[in-house]
Design a binder for this molecule. Structure first.
Ligand SMILES: NC(=O)c1ccc[n+]([C@@H]2O[C@H](COP(=O)([O-])OP(=O)(O)OC[C@H]3O[C@@H](n4cnc5c(N)ncnc54)[C@H](OP(=O)(O)O)[C@@H]3O)[C@@H](O)[C@H]2O)c1
Length: 253
């Protein structure tokens, strides 16, 4: 259960090596947090994160998780519960950006990316929600993206997968009202992380730590959606309604 200060005592990070996901975990961890599980494609890749999060007698473990294997997700949640008991907070932070030029040439690679970003989010999200309903509490943070607000020609495969997971998370949050469980959707812009390494930054670029701060504020305020940085909410309010001919000409990368 969250303690009196709304601090989670057990945390599951899906995408256990994600820069943004780990920044959120670090921002939320408190002395009363006794278990953290980092769920990764390659658990040994999380060795450094596991070591850095171990303090105050806390158990930190890395377990195997592949977002592209939906049939394994319910069993993963059962396994995590058997290790830590009720899960107070789940952060869904896995994802692949890919390259639109490559996707144009390789539709199978595009389908594989969408499978990770959207299909894997649906199966793991529903498995988490079933556990939260059983517990009668729990908070799910879903890393969406402004890329899903209005898809751009330069990354519309990725953008469409984020639009899908965002819509899924909105409906899931609505379906959980009254159960004690909640969903927080986080919509970052360009974040300097492993995912964007080597790419030219765009206006309003931010850091994993700033996204984590916005997420923590959103959790404490019981918000359903946060943007990072917050100004992107207003920027996209405008971009969403621009005529296509104008939108296509914008230098949005
Ligand atoms: N960076 C940005 O500009 C930005 C902006 C908006 C939204 N987001 C979203 O924020 C989330 C976190 O991104 P990030 O910036 O922290 O990037 P990151 O550091 O590259 O993290 C992405 C994570 O996804 C994991 N992953 C990829 N494929 C997987 C699979 N099949 N199964 C399990 N895990 C898989 C990666 O694991 P491996 O270590 O195994 O590769 C990694 O832990 C993503 O959902 C991303 O779409 C990012």
């Amino acid at each position: 259960m969250h303690n009196a200060f709304a601090q989670p005592q057990t945390i599951l990070l899906l995408g256990g090596t994600s820069d943004i996901g780990l920044a959120i975990v670090r921002a939320l961890v408190s002395p009363t947090c006794h278990d953290i599980v980092l769920a990764c494609r390659n658990p040994s890749a999380a060795d450094e994160a596991v070591a850095s999060l171990r303090a105050d007698g806390r158990n930190v473990t890395a377990v195997r998780f592949d977002a592209s294997q939906p049939a394994t997700h319910a069993a993963l949640i059962t396994d995590v519960v058997s290790r830590v008991g009720d899960i107070d907070l789940v952060i869904m932070a896995f994802g692949v950006l890919g390259d639109q030029g490559n996707f144009d040439q390789d539709p199978v690679a595009a389908a594989e990316a969408v499978t990770v970003n959207y299909v894997g989010g649906v199966s793991s999200g529903l498995a988490v929600a079933a556990q939260f309903r059983k517990q009668g509490h729990g908070r799910l943070v879903v890393l969406s993206s402004v890329a899903g607000e209005r898809t751009r020609k330069s990354n519309f495969v990725y953008g469409s997968s984020k639009a899908g997971i965002d819509a899924f998370a909105q409906g899931l949050g609505d379906s959980l009202v009254g159960t004690g469980a909640t969903v927080l959707i986080v919509r970052p812009g360009f974040v300097h992380s492993a995912m964007t390494a080597g790419l030219a930054a765009v206006p309003f670029s931010t850091t994993p730590e700033a996204v984590a701060e916005a997420t923590v504020r959103g959790l404490h305020a019981a918000k359903r959606t946060v943007w990072a940085p917050g100004i992107l909410r207003y920027v996209f309010m405008i971009l969403r309604h621009l005529p296509g001919a104008v939108f296509r000409r914008l230098p949005l990368g």
